[in-house]
Design a protein around this ligand. Sequence first.
Ligand SMILES: Cc1cc2nc3c(=O)[nH]c(=O)nc-3n(C[C@H](O)[C@H](O)[C@H](O)COP(=O)(O)OP(=O)(O)OC[C@H]3O[C@@H](n4cnc5c(N)ncnc54)[C@H](O)[C@@H]3O)c2cc1C
Length: 404
Amino acid sequence: MSGVDGFRAELREFLERQVPESLRGHSGAEMGFWGGRKPELPHPESKRFCLMMAERGLTAPTWPKEYGGGGLDAAHAKVLGEELGRLRLPVPLTGFGLQMIGPTLLQFGTEAQKQEHLPKIIRGDIRWCQGYSEPNAGSDLASLQTAAKIEGDEIILNGQKVWTSYGDKSDWMFALTRTDGSAKKQQGITFLLFDMAQPGVEVRPIKLISGNSPFCETFLTDARAKLSNVINGVGNGWEVAKALLGHERNMIGNVFGGGGPRGAAPSSGPPKNALAELARSYIGDQNGKLADPVLRDRVVQVSMDHRCFLLTMQRSADGAKAGQRPGPESSIFKIYGTELNQRREELMLSLRGPQSLGWEGEAFSREELEQTRTWLRSRGNTIEGGTSEVQLNIIAKRVLELPD
Ligand SMILES: Cc1cc2nc3c(=O)[nH]c(=O)nc-3n(C[C@H](O)[C@H](O)[C@H](O)COP(=O)(O)OP(=O)(O)OC[C@H]3O[C@@H](n4cnc5c(N)ncnc54)[C@H](O)[C@@H]3O)c2cc1C
């Protein structure tokens, strides 16, 4: 036995024998381990699992071996996903390091930058956040004003970032800054990395309607970055910024669009439609069909669209050449995946009726209380990583090449 089959057999044995059994059945997104200097543990074994997978390069399966990655091609990486899914294990590590700055460093980083940052991302040592948006620079990102002044081998940073997701939990930031205020908007932007554990960095959480504080304002007052942590050279940050957004949009489309209703995927037996199961438990059956014909129609439509979306993402992943980077087409996945997620959340709300509008109290189950919050959270899906309107502009101009 060799090739993909041999890899599968070895991997299966490793996962079954060595990975703590208590992790099985915990594949939900909430079990994602984000790493960092002060890591939050969604499960007591999360960190140990991450490290044992990282030792084999399996937290970043397709990254080159010289930085600690697995060096796997797409076919082998797919096997890893399948085998984790078979045991319903969580992904060993997630976060903006693996999904955004890591792939960007592979493309634009110098050898020294890759050697410094990639192994720490792979082991989950450092948690990263994204410093792009500012109070006057969101969709019009190139208007950003955070000042970056070169002094010797350092860059001094002054300004404000906003909507920094998990800024309060992160160790390092990848940020867009302005090194030249007189140049054209897109020029004079510098992409750099800095350690947030320093006096000039103040992070203030923003509380949302959902009650959570997933993002923050970040104030920079004479904060310092090393010149050696500028990516792609001073003034050449816009190109890096756009490439990273491609990874971000793929990630967002994948995470939200690929999701499906929570806690329903069976580990064995014929696959069930989790949305239909949920509908049945709240609405009930009539003659073997969902009792409400309008909701039945919506369940079928969303289920079919979800299935088609998953297959399209899979086809795109299978067809991508090794190391191929996301192009402007990532906007299609972003817009479709996030709008699908919102439709699905709205539908689950309709299915559960008033039971999905609880905030606290014993009249509601844990899942129902969670539903209220995930529905509210889903409103941001079509804004984060670039709004749906901005994605439509990109698709029109750069994919379809329509005139202005
Ligand atoms: C959940 C969430 C997480 C986020 N995390 C981060 C993060 O970690 N780091 C970070 O840097 N940022 C983050 N953001 C910020 C996000 O990138 C911005 O909110 C987004 O780019 C939109 O910018 P804005 O909020 O300033 O809205 P604006 O740009 O002010 O847009 C307002 C409205 O105008 C529309 N609009 C603007 N320009 C055009 C145009 N040219 N054509 C048509 N319509 C247009 C928009 O679609 C929108 O409806 C996050 C946002 C959310 C919701």
